[in-house]
Design a protein around this ligand. Structure first.
Ligand code: HEM
Length: 436
């Protein structure tokens, strides 16, 4: 045996031992079914690895100063510079990670994989979600383009609406010389957070996440009988995971080779584009600002949703058949109706405000708006949810778990509709427009 092949054998051994250590020795056969998870956790993991590698490669060209950041990004696309390709990989992986992670948490929720021994993992997952959003957000500023500069400015101004602490929380990020400006201090802080602290924390949580899956004995299953029907992880699961990882990597490589990440114009402090839009994954919240009082749009509603979301495993009721999407046909139908209802309610709200809103011409007195666009909506939502829950569980005999799940589907559909409206149907002055 040559020295080279011996070295390869040792490396392969270490790698496969590491991969095997992340799994239990045997997993329930039922969990190999692709339609249980659609490989979404594995896809998210692959995208995270690609993000780490492509981010490190860009550090060789990027300069985190307001004078040179934008030029250094543009220079990545110069002749014989491969950094541009890595930038494209980074761009596509980060955007698709938000989509795959969102779908992954939906699948966990819809297959009832968050109760019992998986409660802690849901909480860990929620923190991972927040960290990924923070990483994407801090990275958004780094190209120092008009788009990124103003999107971050908008977000920081939105956070400033949080009562009492908003100003204090956002002050460290307004370092451009005036009270509202984003500047060199903001860029340096975002750079350190984006390339250091946040990815480090996320990596630790990812390891914990995977260890907790292992501790739970693999993915969720229908019942004790299917839990006992087990197969060896190698090769059954490993081959499937490798296939999902390779397909995701190939897709990202293809996208990165044919579609460049936008570099845009360099940031112009004081000259804002019209409209100024937040990053697409925050467009739902920006759209809420158009329809609700700012304190409710950026503070009360998001805070209540976060609390309800993170504590969900502690009050969600089990579905009749865990590991089956929506617990079965009845649950699926109810969830579909709820999702259509959520999307419909958001569309009505957008249309209603486009034709004048509560007072007929869209100019409400701020104090009135706090009641009409804040408290009133909150009470209406509370009463609607309570009445719907009682009607469906008492009169229609749905399981409590099915109704709670359906309510979440309505919330998701509501947010997706507002996000789509914000991205594609808002023009100058955030007026409602049809894309031309
Ligand atoms: C960077 C983001 C994430 C990565 C890389 C990741 C990775 C994974 C992987 C590889 C699995 C096992 C395979 C699969 O279910 O597809 C899994 C399962 C799980 N994930 Fe995630 N995840 C992420 C985010 C989240 C989020 C945001 C949540 C919830 C808020 C979550 C909750 C869970 C739970 C509860 C399980 C166990 C599911 C079961 O036992 O059936 N994860 N995750």
């Amino acid at each position: 045996m040559t020295a080279g092949s011996r070295e390869k054998q040792v490396t392969d051994g270490v790698l496969s031992q590491f991969v095997l250590h992340l799994h239990p020795k045997r997993v329930p056969e039922e969990t190999l079914r692709f339609t249980l998870s659609f490989g979404l956790g594995g896809i998210s993991l692959t995208l995270l690895v690609l993000l780490g590698i492509s981010g490190a490669m860009q550090l060789m060209s990027y300069e985190p100063t307001v004078q040179h950041a934008h030029d250094s990004v543009r220079a990545m696309y110069g002749d014989s510079n491969i950094s541009g390709w890595f930038r494209n990989i980074h761009y596509w992986s980060s955007n698709l990670l938000i989509v795959s992670m969102g779908l992954h948490l939906l699948r966990v929720l819809c297959t009832d994989a968050l109760t019992g021994g998986r409660r802690l993992n849901w909480v860990v997952g929620t923190f991972m979600l927040l960290l990924v959003l923070l990483i994407c957000f801090t990275g958004y500023l780094l190209p120092w383009s008009q788009l990124s500069y103003w999107a971050v400015t908008i977000f920081i101004n939105m956070a400033g609406y949080i009562p009492v602490v908003g100003e204090v929380l956002t002050a460290p990020f307004r370092t451009g010389g005036t009270a509202v400006e984003v500047g060199q201090g903001t860029l340096s802080t975002f750079f350190v957070l984006h390339t250091g602290w946040l990815p480090l924390t996320l990596s630790a949580l990812v390891l914990l996440h995977i260890w907790l899956i292992r501790k739970a004995g693999g993915l969720v299953t229908k019942d004790a009988e299917s839990r006992n029907r087990r197969v060896a992880v190698k090769p059954a699961l490993i081959v499937r995971e490798a296939a999902v990882g390779l397909v995701a990597t190939a897709l990202i490589f293809l996208l990165a080779s044919f579609f460049d990440a936008p570099a845009g114009e360099p940031a112009m402090v004081g000259v804002s584009p019209n409209p100024v839009k937040a990053a697409w994954y925050f467009m739902g919240v920006q759209e809420m600002l158009i329809h609700f009082h700012p304190v409710f749009a950026v503070c009360v509603f998001p805070a209540l949703t976060c609390i309800a979301f993170i504590s969900l495993p502690f009050w969600q009721q089990r579905l009749e058949s865990p590991g089956t999407w929506f617990g079965g046909r009845r649950g699926r139908k109810l969830a579909l109706v709820a999702a259509i209802g959520g999307a419909f309610a958001a569309t009505i709200l957008v249309a209603y405000d486009a034709i004048g809103g509560l007072d007929g011409n869209g100019t409400e007195v701020p104090a009135m708006a706090l009641v009409s666009r804040g408290w009133f909506s909150l009470v209406l939502l509370g009463v609607g949810l309570g009445a719907g829950f009682l009607l469906l569980t008492r009169k229609k005999h749905y399981l409590k778990g099915e109704v709670i799940l359906a309510a979440w589907m309505a919330v998701f559909a509501w947010m997706v509709t507002l996000t789509i409206t914000g991205i594609w149907f808002r023009g100058p002055g955030m007026q409602l427009l049809f894309p031309s």
